[in-house]
Write a protein that binds this ligand. Structure first.
Ligand SMILES: NC(=O)c1ccc[n+]([C@@H]2O[C@H](COP(=O)([O-])OP(=O)(O)OC[C@H]3O[C@@H](n4cnc5c(N)ncnc54)[C@H](OP(=O)(O)O)[C@@H]3O)[C@@H](O)[C@H]2O)c1
Length: 276
């Protein structure tokens, strides 16, 4: 199809990345989808290419193969994972895995794709953040830190690339019933011996309930696709339920004590067990 636009989508094998890729395909985009579990080939009306965003060589290979097919009008970055655990007990290696995938993965992809977009005189970069990019949720320290990093990075990026006709959009989803538990491991130290065990159980039960009862991932995919079609895209696109919008509002406009109270009441119902 002549004049067809191309989107490269990372993390497109599952969850919101898959739903966004499908929505873009349905809207007439050529989609080149990347994930570690893909074998190179055509499937479901998209081109699939193997991609590990934590591996510099894999990123270079993906970009070379994808550029041989069609250079990107849009790069949509959804690859992500989280490790659940207390800040104290999550190991540095576990923190590193989350930051390396969620944040540095985006940095690697952008470093490879920005020269292509500059050459073409423009493009759109979409970075999947989260409500956790705006406020902290207990026992999601590594994930929350990675999403806050993305938020700050995107603000810098948009200022730098605007003169080249490149626009940046952060997608800030609330809970959606799409994520797979395999991308949400518990930190190794989170056993019943943990001093945080009771609070951890209360918070992770709540997190699990919110995600399994979360918003419709198809709808999010369609919103992202529709927004990407606009000439001008916003820096932030929050796609969340009314109570999650309210939580962001409370966080922004009310003080730290109120926030702590609200979030502790919501997530942590159990007091820590005092050591004997
Ligand atoms: N679901 C939600 O409620 C929610 C809420 C807020 C934000 N988000 C954000 O939305 C994005 C998608 O999350 P999700 O929960 O919907 O999906 P998910 O089911 O957790 O899927 C994660 C995706 O990332 C890919 N991935 C993980 N590590 C990768 C790596 N090193 N290189 C390349 N791809 C990698 C996985 O594919 P392979 O294993 O095949 O590589 C998979 O396609 C994430 O950025 C997440 O933080 C989700």
């Amino acid at each position: 199809m002549s004049g067809q636009k191309t989107a490269w989508v990372t993390g497109a094998s599952s969850g919101l990345g898959l739903h966004t890729a499908l929505a873009l395909r349905d809207d007439g985009w050529r989609v080149i989808a990347g994930a570690r579990s893909f074998e190179d080939g055509e499937a479901g009306g998209m081109t699939r290419l193997k991609l590990d965003v934590t591996d510099e060589e894999s990123v270079a290979r993906f970009c070379e193969k994808a550029a041989g097919i069609a250079k990107p009008d849009a790069l949509v970055q959804c690859a992500g994972m989280l490790v659940l655990g207390s800040c104290e007990e999550t190991s540095v290696e576990e923190f590193r895995r989350v930051i390396d995938t969620n944040y540095l993965g985006m940095v690697r992809m952008n470093r490879a794709v920005l020269p292509l977009m500059r050459e073409r005189g423009g493009g759109k970069i979409v970075l999947f953040s989260s409500i956790n990019g705006l406020l902290g949720i207990p026992f999601q320290g590594a994930y929350t830190a990675s999403k806050h990093a993305i938020e700050g990075y995107a603000e810098c990026l948009q200022l730098e690339v605007k003169p080249f006709g490149i626009q940046v959009m952060l997608v800030e989803p609330g809970d959606h019933r799409s994520g797979s538990d395999k991308y949400r491991p518990h930190a190794a130290a989170m056993t019943e011996k943990s001093p945080y065990a009771a609070a951890y159980k209360s918070a992770t039960d709540r997190i699990h309930r919110d995600e399994t009862g979360g918003s419709d991932p198809d709808r999010l995919g369609r919103i992202v696709a529709r927004t990407l079609d606009r000439k001008r895209i916003p820096l932030r696109k929050r796609v969340a339920s009314a109570d999650q919008h309210l939580a962001v509002w409370v966080h922004r406009f009310l003080g730290a004590r109120v926030n702590r109270w609200v979030l502790r009441c919501y997530y942590i119902r159990k007091k820590p067990v005092k050591p004997e």
